[in-house]
Ligand binder design. Structure first.
Ligand code: TXA
Ligand code: MG
Length: 354
């Protein structure tokens, strides 16, 4: 199969994508968060193809994308809390877990009684759904466990020859997957952090909380996706945390000097570039603008990984401020580094026992 990149501004190309989805096929499309791998959510056979192509575990449910609140109410029972959040944040980077209606096949919800529903902020995505006239089930358009795609090119890297069409809508503006919140029960619970932060949600629903398993492995995950490894580059990634970026840089350089046969790439904030003079670097936005870090983190990790393709290398990534959307970025980085974390606030980078 040849994979064609279709501009979202090409009406004929978009028509082909609509036909492909209505014929039970899978098409990659842009959203404001990350690119999605979409199929008709009402057709079990079409959705099964997503699981196959992505290599996704069948117990990990998909998010269903709709173009309106009316379409959402056809597939799930909207709770009062859900209605309040939709009014405040939708269309936008938020997915609501709600009791599902029977029209959603079990393969979509991985046999759960709930379904995650999302009304995307991206006009291209909403137009596609509207033209198809059916809800579209879509996980992020990356191979399972790998880094989420924020450009059409990233999707091509993972699925060249496996999809007929990738709709190119440019770079995703949010850059992290949607916030997932369970509003099917008494206490609205954030299962995955994202562009809509807990603080923003609590302004609408003060009782909302963050699920305690969101950052730990010792609690039964309420969202099946939490138990799988995620966002992993091919090269090992070391995450270096701390409140002082000079200490972080000193620590990274010390680690690099101790592994002379390993090629390093440093992923850092743009203000800190000067700290890594002479080293191979990739920037991930500005410390002063955590939204810019969220927007570029996945692309930065892919770029760093690309530099180390076929080599023995290590990616060192600076920690991100644990505030606002930085919390969602850190949630991704904790998973991406598979536990390889150094906290320079705990250990002095100048000691010998690092
Ligand atoms: O921004 C996004 O949400 C992107 C774009 C394409 O819209 N999609 C996305 O999908 O990130 P995916 O499949 O990569 O992540 C969906 C997450 C998984 O962690 C899954 O376990 C969780 O949502 N999820 C889906 N349905 C659920 C449900 N009924 N209950 C609990 N968690 C659910
Ligand atoms: Mg994903």
């Amino acid at each position: 199969m040849t994979t064609s990149i279709i501009s979202s501004c090409d009406p004929l190309g978009m028509e082909k994508c609509v036909s492909e989805i209505l014929a039970g096929g899978v098409v990659a499309f842009p959203t404001e968060t990350v690119y999605g791998l979409g199929a008709n959510a009402l057709c079990a056979e079409a959705v099964e193809k997503i699981f196959e192509k992505k290599g996704r575990a069948s117990d990990n449910p998909l998010i269903v994308h709709v173009d309106s609140v009316a379409m959402a109410s056809e597939i799930c029972y909207l709770s009062k809390d859900a209605a309040l959040l939709m009014e405040a944040f939708c269309p936008g980077p938020l997915s609501l877990v709600l009791k599902k209606k029977d029209c959603i096949p079990h393969v979509v919800s991985a046999n759960l009684p709930t379904v995650a529903v999302r009304l995307p902020g991206s006009e291209v995505a909403r137009n596609l759904i509207g033209r198809c006239g059916v809800p579209i089930a879509a996980p992020s358009a990356n191979k399972s466990g790998k880094i989420s795609p924020t450009l059409a090119q990233h999707v091509l890297e993972d699925f060249n020859g496996e999809l007929p069409f990738i709709i190119d809508g440019g770079a995703c503006t949010v850059g992290l997957e949607s916030t997932v919140i369970d509003v099917s029960g008494e206490i609205p619970t954030v299962l995955r952090q994202g562009g809509i932060t807990l603080e923003m949600i609590q302004k609408i629903l003060p009782k909302a909380k963050l699920h305690s398993g969101a950052l730990k492995n010792d609690v039964t995950p309420p969202s099946p996706g939490m138990k799988y490894s995620h966002y992993c580059p091919t090269a090992p990634l070391t995450l270096v945390l701390g409140s002082d970026y000079n200490n972080i840089a000193a620590c990274i350089k010390q680690h690099i000097s101790r592994a002379p046969d390993t090629q390093p790439v440093v992923v850092c904030h743009q203000e800190n570039l000067q700290n890594y003079d002479g080293f191979d670097t990739v920037t991930m936005g500005s410390r002063e603008d955590l939204r810019s870090v969220a927007q570029s983190i996945f692309a930065a990790l892919r770029k760093a990984d690309g530099k180390l393709f076929g080599k023995k290398g290590t990616i060192y990534c600076e920690g991100v401020e644990n505030a606002d959307v930085g919390c969602a970025v850190l949630e991704r980085l904790f998973k991406a580094c598979s536990g390889n974390i150094i906290d320079t606030d705990d250990v002095s980078p100048m000691t010998d026992n690092l």
